[in-house]
Design a protein around this ligand. Structure first.
Ligand SMILES: [Fe+2]
Length: 217
C-alpha cells in the first residue's frame, strides 16, 4: 500500500474539561502532536527522494542515518499521542472488560496500577502498555523517548505520556508533580477505548493464528 501523508486528527478529549489536566496543557500538547505529524511527512518525503545509489551511508553521521532515526521519533510521536489523546476524556475508575481480565491473569489489577505508577516515575518519556501479538500478554514498557525500547509485534493499548510538557503547567515539574499527574491521568481514562484497542489486537492475533494453521494444513 503506498504511503500517503498523515494528518492530525480531532479528539474529544480536547473539547472536554478534564479533571486536573488543563485545557491549556492539552492545547499546547496538541501543537506538539501537529508538529510530529508535519515532521513525519517531511522526513518520509526526504527518505523517499534520496538517491540511494549515490547517498552516503555512514554510522557516525549521514543524512540517511539522521533522517531515518528522526523519522521514527516523529512517527511514533504521532502514533503515541493518537492513543494518548484518544483515551483521555473518559470517566476513569478501575480497569474493566477484557483488559482487566488480561491483567488479572498476570499482575492483578492493583499490582498493575502500582507498576504503571512506578514505571511513570522511572520513564523519561512514556509508559506504553502493550498487547503482544505473539503470546497475547500485556506488558508495561518504559520508553525513554518516543522511539526507544518498545518491541516488535506489540500493539499499544494504553499510553501514558510522562514528558514534562504533559504535566509541568498543572502539577509542577517535580517528581511529586508527576505522581499527581499520573493519578489525574487515571481519573480521565476511557477504559472503553483501551478495551477497543485490546479487541483489535486480539482479533489480529487470532487472524494470524488462523492463517498460520491454514498454511500448516
Ligand atoms: Fe507528549
Amino acid at each position: 500500500m503506498p504511503w500517503s501523508e498523515i494528518t492530525p486528527r480531532q479528539f474529544d478529549s480536547m473539547e472536554k474539561e478534564l479533571d486536573g489536566i488543563s485545557k491549556q496543557t492539552m492545547q499546547d500538547h496538541y501543537k506538539l502532536y501537529e508538529g510530529y505529524c508535519k515532521k513525519t511527512n517531511e522526513t518520509r518525503k526526504i527518505l523517499k527522494d534520496f538517491d540511494y545509489s549515490e547517498i552516503e551511508g555512514n554510522q557516525v553521521y549521514s543524512a540517511l542515518r539522521a533522517t531515518a532515526v528522526d523519522y521514527t521519533f516523529a512517527l511514533l510521536g504521532f502514533k503515541n499521542h493518537e492513543l494518548y489523546f484518544g483515551h483521555l476524556g473518559g470517566s476513569g475508575g478501575e480497569p474493566d472488560g477484557r483488559f482487566a481480565e488480561l491483567i488479572e491473569e498476570e499482575l492483578g489489577v492493583d499490582a498493575w496500577k502500582d507498576s504503571v505508577r512506578k514505571s511513570a516515575s522511572a520513564a523519561r518519556g512514556w509508559v506504553m502498555v502493550g498487547y503482544d501479538l505473539n503470546d497475547g500478554s500485556i506488558f508495561n514498557y518504559i520508553m525513554d523517548t518516543q522511539n526507544l525500547w518498545a518491541v516488535y509485534n506489540m500493539v499499544p493499548v494504553l499510553a501514558l505520556d510522562v514528558y514534562e510538557h504533559a504535566y509541568a503547567r498543572d502539577f509542577g515539574a517535580t517528581p511529586d508533580g508527576r505522581k499527581e499527574y499520573v493519578e489525574a491521568f487515571f481519573r480521565n481514562l476511557d477504559w472503553d477505548h483501551v478495551n477497543r484497542q485490546v479487541a483489535q489486537a486480539e482479533a489480529a492475533r487470532e487472524a494470524a493464528q488462523a492463517a498460520g494453521r491454514e498454511s500448516d494444513a
